[in-house]
Design a protein around this ligand. Structure first.
Ligand SMILES: Cc1cc2nc3c(=O)[nH]c(=O)nc-3n(C[C@H](O)[C@H](O)[C@H](O)COP(=O)(O)OP(=O)(O)OC[C@H]3O[C@@H](n4cnc5c(N)ncnc54)[C@H](O)[C@@H]3O)c2cc1C
Length: 337
């Protein structure tokens, strides 16, 4: 970490308190936005490990306007990010803080189960990947290995990279734009320990790892500390993230190697020692769409191109307007209110 600024030097992080708003227009990267408002040190720590880390991406490429429009709005409407954050905290009052991390009591799979339960019988086709789409008149033909079926509208709830090949025949320009959205890969290692195997008390939700540290994890969430029911009594469940733009090929490593890297990371950060009582590896190849500079203009252009098709088509999923589950739900609700 860089040495603290000498007493008579400006403290970069606090410039935000006096800096005027940005006067120029145009999209900006996460790194440029944070550096401009809060200085180099905050940029390298906060922009890279927290903001870009959420997207497993590169802060010098990701668009702040597409990824964190709320921060852009804070500067636009209230000038200083620090003052705006303080005002927001005060306005929440002293009532019990609601955690920023929400989940479902029975795990995220219960969301899918609930959605499936609402579908009319016979409408769900599992293990039937769509191979191609074609238009006949104003209707769609959806081609799978089981043959073609006709529908009056299609909603591709797929990330841009997966939607692109399905559009290559009917909307080639839109397909090219979507295929050019970069997607990165990551791996998640879940390790369970008995509480006594940890030297550190888990007193937070997890951690993020700034670049340059001797740790191959990019971040960790302490699942059993965040939510009840995630581990048996006296045990903890830790989730470690590896890969992203920092180590693009990490997900291709064998399980043993990924587990070894996670164990080393947890030994260093929370003092985990001995063999974990549980270990699981989940790989997410080409799974995180990157909303880089130009992303919003690209998606708007795609929307205009598909609106010209003679049959009704919707594109709304992670990687179009946002990447998280709330973004995905918001987009779906705007199509199907
Ligand atoms: C490591 C990781 C951690 C994450 N953590 C969080 C988090 O903590 N909070 C959060 O809000 N979000 C998180 N996300 C993002 C979250 O996973 C996405 O927002 C969410 O999965 C998007 O849902 P979706 O239905 O749009 O797309 P997906 O979940 O990608 O689902 C698309 C589905 O379409 C299927 N498919 C692909 N091609 C075809 C085809 N041709 N025919 C038929 N089916 C096809 C795929 O198999 C897949 O099942 C995380 C993502 C990753 C990778």
């Amino acid at each position: 970490m860089a040495p603290l600024a000498a007493r008579d030097e400006p403290r970069q992080g606090l410039w935000d308190l006096v800096l005027p708003r940005r006067t120029t227009s145009g999209e900006e990267t996460i790194a440029s936005f944070v550096r401009r408002r809060l200085g180099d040190e905050v940029s390298s720590l906060f922009a890279e490990s927290v903001l870009a880390g959420i997207h497993s991406g590169d802060p010098d490429r990701l668009s702040i306007d597409a990824t964190f429009p709320q921060l852009v709005a804070m500067e636009r409407d209230q000038r200083s990010l620090i003052l705006a954050a303080r005002k927001a905290r005060l306005s929440r009052g002293s009532s019990a803080p609601v955690s920023a991390f929400l989940s479902l009591a029975r795990g995220m799979g219960s969301l899918v189960d609930a959605l499936v339960a609402k579908l009319p019988a016979g409408t769900l086709r599992l293990r039937a990947p769509v191979r191609a789409l074609s238009i006949v008149g104003k209707r769609w033909l959806v081609h799978t290995e089981r043959g073609a079926e006709s529908f009056d509208a299609v909603h591709l709830a797929l990330p841009p990279r997966a939607a692109a090949p399905l559009l290559s025949q009917i909307a080639p320009d839109a397909a090219r734009l979507l295929a050019a959205v970069r997607h990165v890969s990551s791996a998640v290692v879940l390790l369970g320990y008995h509480q006594r195997q940890l030297e550190r008390t888990l007193d937070a939700s997890g951690f993020v790892v700034p670049p340059g540290e001797d740790c191959e994890l990019t971040a960790s969430t302490w699942l059993s500390h965040k939510w009840p029911g995630r581990a048996p009594q006296d045990h903890v469940l830790l989730r470690g993230f590896l890969g992203g733009t920092r180590d693009p090929e990490a997900h291709t490593l064998p399980d043993d190697e990924l587990i070894a890297r996670a164990k080393k990371g947890f030994a260093r950060t929370v003092g985990a020692h001995g063999e974990p009582v549980l270990s699981r590896v989940v790989r997410y190849p080409v799974a995180s769409p990157q909303m880089e500079l130009g992303h919003r203009a690209r998606i708007e252009r795609v929307a205009r191109l598909v609106a010209e098709l003679p049959a009704e088509l919707h594109l709304a999923a992670a990687g179009f307007n946002g990447v998280g589950i709330p973004d995905t739900i918001r987009q779906a609700q705007s199509v199907w209110p």
